[in-house]
Design a protein around this ligand. Structure first.
Ligand code: TYD
Length: 138
């Protein structure tokens, strides 16, 4: 997959004087069937998360609270998305290097994935990622 396949998706937003509501459905706003969800929180200032690629996992990330930057990299191009609204989700298809940084205080990153957790699906070394990308293995 390439940078162009990464999509920032605006989610429904129901504005209400009682408080706003947004939602996301699988195979619709989230363009896959959800197998897993996890969340990242209490990130100390200056820490980074997610420096890796997945061979076969696609993800959808929402900044439910606060904000952070997500940088995606297809081996040739990089793009940084700032997520700081709870009615946007970032779709990152498989086979892209991704890092998350600049977490604001009390930020909460909610992530949906289309696979169950499998450590073997990770590519942790950037050079290995570049090699796999140029071989067409990922
Ligand atoms: P990791 O994916 O490396 O975190 P990040 O990409 O944010 O830096 O996961 C950190 C730890 O959490 C690692 O020991 C694996 C575990 N983990 C699970 O058990 N299940 C999951 O769904 C995820 C995402 C991580």
């Amino acid at each position: 997959m390439l940078i162009e396949d990464v999509k920032l998706i605006e989610l429904p937003k129901l504005m209400d004087t009682r408080g706003n509501l947004s939602f996301a459905e699988q195979n619709s706003h989230i363009p896959f069937e959800i197998q897993r969800t996890y969340w990242i929180y209490d990130v100390p200032g200056g820490e980074n998360r997610g420096g890796h690629a997945y061979k076969s996992t696609s993800e959808f990330i929402i900044a439910i609270s606060g904000g952070f930057d997500v940088t995606v990299d297809d081996g040739k191009q990089k793009k940084t998305f700032t997520l700081n609204r709870s009615y946007y989700g970032l779709y990152i298809p498989k086979g892209l290097w991704r890092t998350m940084e600049n977490f604001s205080t009390n930020s909460l990153a909610l992530e949906f994935a289309d696979t169950k957790y499998d450590r073997n699906d990770y590519v942790d070394e950037y050079n290995e990622f570049l090699k796999m990308k140029s071989n067409g293995e990922i």
